[in-house]
Design a protein around this ligand. Sequence first.
Ligand code: AMP
Ligand code: MG
Length: 320
Amino acid sequence: MKGFRVPLCARMRAIAALLPLLALCACGRAQQTTTRTLYAMDTVMELTLYAADADEEADALEALIRSTEGTWSVSAAGSVPAVLNAGQEPEDAAREVVGQVLALSERCGGAFSPTLGALSELWGFSTGAYYVPTEAEIAAALQEEKWDFGGAIKGYTGQIAAEYLESTGIPCAIMNLGGNVQTYGEKADGTAWQIGIQNPEGDGCLGIVCVSGTASIVTSGSYQRYFEADGVLYHHILDPATGSPARSGLRSVTVIARDGLTADVLSTALFVLGLEAGSELWRESDDFEAVFVAEDGSIWATEGAALSGCDYEVIARETD
Ligand code: AMP
Ligand code: MG
């Protein structure tokens, strides 16, 4: 690939056995936890708080997640997308988040676009009525600016859940928001959180990412939502340049960042950009790491990604 070099030491081999998704194999001594499973934002979420009898905090987190869902849902009356679609201004806090999304969108050259709602509807990804549109229909939907924060809001939700936990006495927590993982705090035994990356080709996990403290680990993948028509797979991550599912040669991208909104926006954007342009964006940045899984099965990780359990190529900051 032009302009994309792999250093000599690139071939990394780790001996750790693969663990199931979200296996927390380094939990150390047994700690009491409070867990909560809920269905929100179209997915199953699991909250694990490292404290006994933390039901009140789990209730508060569940309420926070549900209200965030209502605030950002494309379909709820009075939601931020509905207000924006009506040409009105949302209230201050939401306006700030919209501003952050737009700044991130600009940072990735528009690969993440929060106004693709009409296009997502046309393809049926937001309605379930899957359909392969014509070029003319795609062009018309691209003209229509309809707000959709579906590619950003789960990461943002994890971030504000972690912010809420700061106001409690709970020392640490891990929250699986439908494959988007948010960690909070340092574990009592001092070991890192270990997060499994889903194998795009099937069940189980492809490798493990280690993080310490509060972080967001978000995966965007073509395997997450798709349909097949005439032998062709169409997935839900759309390229704003073409109006069709992004064909960037990737199966998934995982982004690790301190900021949940950043992680979620960039996971979608890097998927659209592909390995080469996505690596360039990483080189220009200092606030995230990434793991790319290509369609040919190769795995590529930025040098700070702390990936283990699989063979992969390291993406170096300096190219020679
Ligand atoms: P994610 O799973 O975070 O990558 O988000 C995918 C969701 O974001 C889709 O289901 C759409 O609602 C929306 N989406 C799809 N393509 C894009 C894009 N290029 N930019 C922003 N949002 C998108
Ligand atoms: Mg995303």
